[in-house]
Write a protein that binds this ligand. Structure first.
Ligand code: MN
Length: 333
């Protein structure tokens, strides 16, 4: 598979590298590394993201610029070009219109989500990878172009942001092997950790405080939930980007194995909606809950969006989590 992909991208002059919507460190780190790699191969590269690059990952833009795009650029990458979709389980999460056939080029789909819909002409999906960053690390290492320090930095950032700095159950020996290779190629774990983790605004900290002050547990203490309203974002001068990783805090409550953060947002049709981030510890399954509301993701990290007022959304999520928990309780009896 790696050779096949290297062959395709080496033969294409124009690369459109695409992240998924609401980009995280994995999709951005991989895309930036690939765009930089393409630059070294003298390719014409455009790195597109359906949403703005979050402040936390702004340092990656020094390696390759990220262009916010809501539709596809005219005539690029064109026939003979290639679109590389990174960490994106379905085409609808990519630049809108991708599925509509507006893209006449080859689509290479590189991802580690188990529910990947294999929408590309070439689909490399490895659910055993703790981050798509592991896969792109392999890809670059196996190429005759190797990997440079900037690409190593971006890929190390991709890996640590998706596997909780090697703490999630998805972490494997392979994750550490990739890290070793990236350190060898010039990545600095300390610099990257500082850039990723020590960048909260005081407003973000206050927002977290509001959310955490509402934390509740239920279903015999195995479920936890909290929420944020649009007014909270306004009152603290923050955006939804400032909620990244907040849901993981709920899993730090002793005994909690299923956690949800519900945050109000404005949808594409200018209506209020509620975006839900879910986290689980096995055998609880975050994707099962997200899936009931049309969402998806990983078993232990998932998300969905509810077109409901916040109080109704909270009831719906709470109810579903409770049902999930009682199914687990009866399975254990
Ligand atoms: Mn990922």
């Amino acid at each position: 598979m790696i050779e096949k992909i290297l062959n395709i991208i080496e033969n294409a002059d124009n690369w459109l590298v695409l992240t998924h919507e609401k980009p995280d460190g994995d999709t951005l780190g991989c895309a930036v590394a690939l765009a930089h790699f393409g630059g070294r191969m003298s390719k014409r590269v455009l790195l597109g993201c359906p949403d703005q690059c979050p402040e936390r990952y702004a340092f990656l833009q020094n390696i390759a610029p990220v262009v916010t795009m809501r539709c596809l650029p005219d005539g690029f990458p064109g026939t003979g070009g290639v679109a590389i979709c990174i960490d994106t389980s379905n085409a609808a999460r990519s630049v809108p219109g991708l599925l509509g056939g507006a893209l006449e080029c080859l689509i290479v789909n590189i991802d580690h989500h188990i529910d990947n819909e294999e929408y590309g002409l070439v689909n490399w999906v490895d659910p055993a990878a703790s981050a798509t960053g592991e896969m792109v690390t392999e890809l670059l290492f196996q190429s005759r172009w190797g990997i440079d320090p900037d690409e190593a930095t971006a890929l190390y950032a991709a890996i640590v942001s998706d596997n909780g700095s090697f703490s999630f159950p998805s972490t494997t020996l392979k994750s550490h092997e990739c890290a070793m290779k990236l350190l060898n190629a010039g990545a600095s774990p300390n610099d990257i950790a500082e850039k990723l983790d020590s960048n909260l605004s005081v407003g973000a900290l206050r927002l977290w405080g509001r959310a955490i002050s509402r934390a509740e547990t239920f279903a015999r203490g195995v479920c936890a939930l909290c929420w944020i309203t649009l007014e909270d974002f306004e009152g603290t001068g923050t955006t939804r980007q400032d909620t990244e990783n907040l849901v993981n805090f709920l899993l730090r409550i002793k005994g909690v194995r299923l956690a949800a953060l519900c945050s109000e947002g404005i949808g594409w049709s200018d209506e209020r909606e509620v975006r839900v981030s879910l986290r689980a510890r096995a055998p609880f399954n975050a994707r099962a809950v997200a899936g009931s509301f049309g969402g998806g993701g990983h078993d232990l990290a998932s998300g969905c969006t509810l077109q409901l007022p916040i109080s109704d959304a909270l009831d719906a999520i709470r109810g579903n989590m409770e049902k999930h928990a009682s199914a687990r309780f009866s399975a254990n009896q």
